[in-house]
Design a protein around this ligand. Structure first.
Ligand code: NAD
Length: 380
């Protein structure tokens, strides 16, 4: 018999939409799961806009105060889709209220806050996960399976980029709806917490822990008008960041992120080079995984581009979707994470990345920012 999981969604922006889509569609694509999400309540401060969101996505009710949402007995799991400075307070209160938590990334504003969040979910014993959704793109999951099989042999290099170009104009404000990412009080950091955190989560998942880092950060536009006060104020976020690192397995890492790479909207790429082969992936072509295998016959050896769409069990998640050759998209990474979370409730296994896993990413982010400030190498 199916069980329900009543969701309380906080935030109705970009992530509020992707997650709501995931909850709505998961029973269609993963009908075998015991738990079915029910969109019980949506929460945000603007009642009118919230009601429109609730009607669009099928929420049964609304709450304009997140603390009231947490008091409700009919909410099993809280989904935190708000700016970064609110994750900690909401997640700790949700854990204390005994709610399961699905929290957006980055986990926290810094390691100290993240540690309190980890302590809170562990003390309460509530299921938790953080939406580092790129792990659930089938081509990325396939990369994990290939690496774990040992096919690449010893790993030498890991490199990743996440490039955008939307803040080059100095007239873009900081703070407020839509531009909170430029306000360090709301975002904590710039590209490090927003974009590199994704790259770091994927990298740790694929290639293991990061030991130490050396970073370079830059804020190209030093002052911006704050959307809420109308005042020009200093910009506290990193507009761009590049860092070197060593992984625990001895491999070397190279990461770059910026919002000043003219022409790039969301160019997340990674490449991993091992003794016997290499893998590379590009978000703009997300259903493909490029693979080079040195053991191939020399005359025809070369990079092959795997179209990760086979549904006979060869390719992760794809047996839940269409026929071979037909790909899925960005939104399905969230759908897959919802499915994995629901499955974890059946099995009792954690749904990674948990808060504790995401704290590891936060530690790398904090070390990167500290290194960006003082120019030295920092242990993670
Ligand atoms: N996993 C990903 O790929 C990914 C992508 C984008 C954003 N994110 C993360 O998701 C979070 C939200 O980002 P977004 O792009 O959806 O932002 P957004 O600006 O589109 O939406 C933020 C939402 O938070 C709501 N909100 C703000 N303060 C609130 C409060 N006090 N109470 C209730 N609601 C409040 C706003 O009304 C809005 O609905 C951030 O932490 C961000 O880093 C993750």
């Amino acid at each position: 018999m199916s069980k329900t999981l009543n969701i309380g969604m906080i935030g109705y922006g970009f992530m509020g939409r992707t997650h709501s889509n995931g909850y709505n569609r998961v029973p269609n694509f993963f009908p075998e799961l015991e738990y079915k999400p029910v969109l019980k309540a949506a929460c945000a401060r603007n009642k009118e806009a919230l009601q429109e969101f609730a009607d669009t996505w099928g929420y049964e009710s609304i709450e304009t105060d997140w603390r009231e949402l947490l008091k409700r007995d009919d909410i099993d799991a809280v989904d935190i889709c708000v700016p970064n400075n609110l994750h900690g307070e909401m997640a700790i209160a949700a854990a204390e209220a005994g709610k399961m938590i699905l929290c957006e990334k980055p986990l926290a504003m810094d390691v100290a806050e993240g540690q309190k969040m980890v302590d809170a979910v562990e003390k309460a014993g509530v299921a938790n996960t953080v939406w580092y959704n790129y792990r659930r793109i089938p081509a990325v999951t396939l990369a994990k399976q290939i690496i774990d099989s040992g096919k690449l042999g010893q790993i030498f290099h890991y490199r990743a980029n996440f490039l955008q170009d939307w803040t080059i104009n100095a007239d873009v404000p900081q703070g407020g709806a839509g531009t909170w990412r430029l306000d360090s009080a709301a975002a904590g950091s710039g590209v490090t917490g927003d974009l590199l955190a994704h790259c770091i989560d994927t990298a740790i998942w694929l290639n293991g822990s990061i030991s130490n880092v050396s970073a370079m950060t830059e804020t190209f536009v030093k002052e911006r008008v704050h959307a809420e006060t109308g005042e020009k104020q200093a910009v506290g976020i990193d507009d761009a960041c590049a860092f070197l690192c060593r992984f625990g397995n001895g491999s070397l890492g190279l990461f770059e992120s910026t919002r000043y790479a003219r022409g790039h909207k969301a160019l997340y790429t990674f490449e991993i080079n091992g003794e016997h082969g290499s893998l590379k992936w590009d978000l703009h072509d997300l259903h493909r995984l490029d693979y080079f295998e040195y053991a191939d016959e020399a005359a025809t050896r070369g990079w092959r581009s795997i179209h990760v769409t086979d549904n006979g069990g060869e390719h992760p998640y794809m047996d839940h979707y269409w026929v071979p050759g037909l790909q899925i998209g960005y939104e399905h990474s969230f759908l897959n994470q919802v499915a994995d979370f629901l499955k974890s409730l059946e099995t009792g296994e954690p749904c990674g990345p948990t808060f504790a896993d995401a704290l590891e990413t936060q530690k790398v982010c904090d070390a990167v920012l500290a290194s960006g400030n003082d120019g030295g190498w920092h242990d993670v």
